[in-house]
Design a protein around this ligand. Structure first.
Ligand SMILES: [Mg+2]
Length: 432
């Protein structure tokens, strides 16, 4: 029986602020970073890897939080972890002292995400499958045992969740075949970072169109006039057959949101993302009431399933943007996907950053195969940066994420990358 020996965590930071990759109205100089967890077993050929994602400073705080959870798993048998992963998840989330730092949100919850991302990688590898396929091929009852319904049973009960999972069983194999052939559609954020010049944006739009993309997300929020000009430029460059969505990254008040969104209506936007505070459910409701049929997207900064419950039930989240490293890994992501399905709200996972594309490729496949069964007019975020640091980077074909075939959760980094960008003692940071 395979036994867990130990864990390590590295603070890995990439200097993306140098070229303004990732810049938006609020986060003007992100250094995309990962708390990189490794779990070692007594089988030399079996290791697991997981991350939480941050944008630079504070990555060390999440890394420190992660260490508090190591003793819970050290010396356990891997099979016991797999059997009890639902209970173990809640044991970490509901830790009698650490929960004071959340509960179920913030740095301590991101630490849970990192360690469970690592454990799910290990479990998928033990079962010799890519994670999406391991989850998709698990029995509905088993999947249900991974989930926690505490605080959300008023909108989704375990029985309702089980019914959704069971309904997909008959079509599962056909859906797996479809996804293996066609992949899952994506949109790109890579052309529209706020710090980019007009020339760079035009060049990148043309590049991504030639590679098969038709959906483009643009960062907005600092200056209405400049935003409208940039949107006009992008519309002219990509034409009317392509689609635009905008992301204000929490920049506006409720009133400003309404004003800006109404000014953008002529661009026929696919959605407007994070107009205001990611916690302001009632503010989102007011915005939604005032902008008519413009869809509002949010979720990348929602701390946990309870916040998703508020947004979904209020009708103010029209596109659900789960984040693979902010909410508590597969155990909570599945719960949110099931809730969103019940409210008929599509999942557009948040990606970009570092490693997020590698993660969300699994999540969209899971959503399609065992929950939703529909990938029309649904798009997963894609951004073309930092993939070169991963051993199993995501693979896109004509704008579609192709299902990962390697075992695990696709997040193992190249050893040299970890060494070079470890903070503060890696080669890069020692010399810059
Ligand atoms: Mg965003």
């Amino acid at each position: 029986m395979t036994k867990i020996l130990k864990f390590t965590v590295e603070d890995v930071r990439f200097p993306t602020s140098k070229d303004l990759t990732g810049s938006d109205a609020i986060h003007t100089d992100p250094d995309y970073s990962a708390t990189y967890v490794t779990v070692y077993t007594d089988d030399l050929n079996l290791k697991g890897y997981g991350i939480a994602f941050t944008i630079g400073k504070g990555n060390d705080i999440v890394a420190e939080c992660i260490k508090y959870f190591f003793p819970i798993f050290e010396n356990m048998n891997l099979q016991d972890i797999e059997n009890d992963i639902g209970k173990l998840w809640y044991k970490c989330v509901d830790h009698s002292q650490l929960r004071w730092l959340g509960p179920e949100k913030g740095a301590v919850h991101m630490a849970v995400a990192a360690i469970f991302n690592c454990l799910w990688d290990l479990i998928a590898k033990k079962n010799k499958k890519p994670l999406w396929r391991f989850v998709a091929e698990s029995d509905p009852e088993k999947i249900l045992s991974w989930l926690t319904f505490k605080y959300i049973e008023d909108v989704l009960t375990p029985d309702q969740a089980l019914k959704i999972l069971k309904e997909s069983q008959n079509d599962k194999e056909i859906r797996i075949d479809t996804i293996l052939k066609e992949g899952y559609p994506s949109y790109t954020t890579a052309a529209g970072w706020l710090g980019y010049s007009d020339e760079k944006i035009v060049k990148l739009c043309k590049k991504y169109i030639s590679m098969g993309w038709k959906h483009f997300k643009v960062k907005v929020g600092l200056d209405l006039e400049a935003d409208v000009k940039r949107l006009e430029l992008i519309r002219k460059t990509i034409g009317d057959d392509c689609h635009i969505m905008v992301d204000a990254n929490q920049q506006w008040s409720v009133e400003q949101s309404i004003m800006h969104i109404n000014a953008y209506k002529k661009f026929n936007l696919l959605f407007v993302e994070e107009p205001t505070s990611p916690d302001d459910v009632l503010g989102f409701v007011k915005i939604k009431e005032s902008v008519g049929n413009v869809k509002l997207a949010t979720g990348e900064a929602c701390g946990g399933r309870v916040m998703f419950k508020q947004f979904l039930e209020s009708g103010s989240m029209n596109v659900c943007q789960i984040d693979s490293c902010r909410i508590g890994s597969i155990n909570e992501i599945l719960t949110v996907m099931l809730m969103a399905h019940k409210f008929k709200v599509p999942i557009f996972p948040h990606a970009g950053g570092v490693g997020l594309c590698e993660y969300v490729q699994h999540l969209c496949m899971i959503d399609y195969v065992i929950i939703n069964g529909d990938k029309n007019n649904k798009f997963v975020e894609y951004s073309d940066q930092l993939h070169e640091h991963f051993i199993y980077p995501c693979n896109l074909k004509d704008g579609n994420y192709m299902p990962p075939l390697d075992h695990g959760y696709s997040i193992e980094m190249k050893e040299n990358s970890v060494k070079e960008f470890s903070y503060p003692n890696g080669e890069y940071w020692k010399n810059n």
